[in-house]
Design a binder for this molecule. Structure first.
Ligand SMILES: *Cc1c(COP(=O)(O)O)cnc(C)c1O
Length: 394
C-alpha cells in the first residue's frame, strides 16, 4: 500500500493546520479558517497533476463515481455497460442511480475490450462505465471509437488508476468524466476520500451541487444559497483533505518508485519463469505500476499457486472483485426497490456466461508492488516467488 508507506511529517503538518484553526468544514467560514482551504488545495494539486480542467473532491471513490454518474445524467432505466472484474462500487453506483448494469467480457488487459462493449450495446445503452483495473489504462482508443460510433457516453472509474496515463493523457479524461479513490488501499490515500473530475464546466457544477445537497456554492452565505438540483452529502472533510494534500505531493515520487521496482521484478520473472504470461498493457509507459499481473497456463494452476505461493493475490476467489462471488448482487438483495427489479430486459446474472472473463481472471495472479522496496528486498522476494511458482508446475 504505497500511500501509507510514506506517511510522515508532511501529512501531520497539513492535519495540524486544520486542527489549529478548528475549521473542519470545506465551505465558507472565511474569517475562522486562517486561510486553510485543504479541499480546494487538494483539488488544485489534482488538476495540476492530471491536467483535468475541473476536479471536485468528495468523501470516497464510491461517492466520486455517484457524482460522475449524476453529472452525466445516468438514471432510471438507463443501461450501463459494466465489467465483471472490478471492486463492486461502480456496480452499486449504477444500481442506486436507478440504472441497469449490463455485464460483458474483459480481455488480457483485465479491462473491458472494445469488441465486447460493442457486442453488449442495445437500443437502451446510455453509457459505458469503464474501470481501469490494477493501476493501468484500458484500450482507450478502441473503446472511445466504439462509444463515438454508437453515440454512448464514456465514464471512467479510475478508482485504482490515479497516476495512470494513456498516450500521455491521464485516465478519466477520455470521456465525459472520471473518478478516483483515496481510500486506504490506493496509491495515495486520505484514509477515505475521492475525486470526480472532468473538462466540462457544466458537469463540474453538477458534481459540486450533487455532492452537497444541491448547494450552488455561489456567494458567501451558505444559508441563502439557491439549490439548482437535489443532491446528497458526499462532502470531503478538511481533515481527510489535509492528508490528501500531502499525499498528492508525493504521488509522482511513489509512481516512479513503483515503476522502478515493478520493472526489476517483472524482468526477473520474464527471464526465469517461462510458463507465465503477463497482463497486456495498452500503454506500458503510462502504467502507475501498483500491481504486477500475470497469467498461469490454466485456472487449476492459478488456484494451486494462490494457495502455495506467498505474496500473490488471486482475485477470482476473493469476495470483492469478481462477479462469481457477488451472490447478493445476483439475488438483487437491496434494502429497497430498485429500477432493475422491474426491468424487463434484465440479464440473468445467475446464468450469465462470461467464458472469456472466467478463463482470464481464473488464470490471473497479482503482486502488489511496494514503493519502499530496496533492490535487495525485491530480489529476495523474486527468489522465493520464482522457486515457489516452479514447484506449483513441477
Ligand atoms: C476503491 C475503488 C472504488 C471505491 O473507492 P472507495 O474510496 O473505497 O469508495 C471504486 N472503484 C474502484 C475500481 C475501486 O478500486
Amino acid at each position: 500500500m504505497p500511500g501509507t508507506e510514506y506517511f510522515g511529517d508532511e501529512e501531520r503538518k497539513e492535519v495540524m493546520d486544520v486542527l489549529e484553526s478548528g475549521m473542519l468544514f470545506r465551505y465558507n467560514h472565511d474569517d475562522q479558517r486562517n486561510d486553510h482551504w485543504k479541499a480546494r488545495e487538494f483539488e488544485e494539486l489534482f488538476q495540476n497533476y492530471t491536467g483535468a480542467k475541473h476536479a471536485h473532491a468528495v468523501s470516497s471513490g464510491s461517492a466520486a463515481v455517484a457524482c460522475m454518474m449524476a453529472a452525466a445524467g445516468i438514471g432510471h432505466g438507463d443501461e450501463v455497460i459494466c465489467t465483471p472484474f472490478t471492486f463492486i462500487a461502480p456496480i452499486e453506483a449504477v444500481l442506486f442511480a436507478g440504472a441497469i448494469p449490463v455485464f460483458t467480457e474483459v480481455d488480457e488487459t483485465l479491462n473491458l475490450s472494445a469488441a465486447s462493449i460493442e457486442a453488449a450495446i442495445t437500443p437502451r445503452t446510455k453509457a459505458v462505465l469503464l474501470v481501469h483495473m490494477c493501476g493501468a489504462a484500458a484500450d482507450l482508443d478502441g473503446i472511445k471509437a466504439v462509444c463515438d460510433k454508437h453515440n454512448i457516453k464514456l465514464l471512467e472509474d479510475a478508482g485504482q488508476a490515479l497516476g495512470a496515463f494513456y498516450k500521455g493523457k491521464h485516465v478519466g479524461l477520455f470521456g465525459e468524466a472520471g473518478a478516483v479513490s483515496f481510500d486506504f488501499f490506493k496509491i495515495t490515500t486520505a484514509g477515505e476520500g475521492g475525486v470526480c473530475f472532468t473538462n466540462d464546466t457544466d458537469k463540474y457544477e453538477i458534481m459540486g451541487q450533487f455532492s452537497d445537497h444541491g448547494h450552488s456554492h455561489v456567494g458567501d452565505n451558505r444559508g441563502m444559497e439557491p439549490h439548482p438540483i437535489m443532491g446528497f452529502n458526499y462532502r470531503l472533510g478538511e481533515l481527510n483533505a489535509a492528508v490528501a494534500v500531502a499525499q498528492m505531493r508525493k504521488l509522482e515520487m511513489i509512481r516512479e518508485q513503483n515503476k522502478k521496482n515493478k520493472a526489476i521484478l517483472k524482468e526477473r520473472l520474464r527471464k526465469e519463469v517461462p510458463f507465465i504470461t503477463f497482463r497486456c498493457l495498452p500503454d506500458e509507459e503510462g502504467d502507475s505500476a501498483t500491481f504486477l499481473n500475470f497469467f498461469m497456463e490454466t485456472p487449476e494452476l492459478a488456484l494451486k499457486a494462490s494457495k502455495e505461493v506467498q505474496g500473490v493475490a488471486y482475485w477470482y476467489t476473493n469476495m470483492y472483485h469478481f462477479i462469481n462471488q457477488w451472490d447478493h448482487l445476483k439475488a438483487l438483495k437491496s434494502p429497497y426497490k430498485l429500477a432493475i427489479h422491474d426491468y424487463e430486459h434484465r440479464q440473468d446474472w445467475n446464468t450469465i456466461e462470461l467464458p472469456k472473463s472466467q478463463n482470464i481472471i481464473g488464470r490471473l495472479l497479482s503482486i502488489g508492488i511496494r514503493a519502499t522496496w530496496t533492490e535487495e528486498e525485491i530480489n529476495a522476494f523474486a527468489d522465493q516467488l520464482i522457486s515457489q511458482l516452479k514447484k506449483v508446475v513441477a
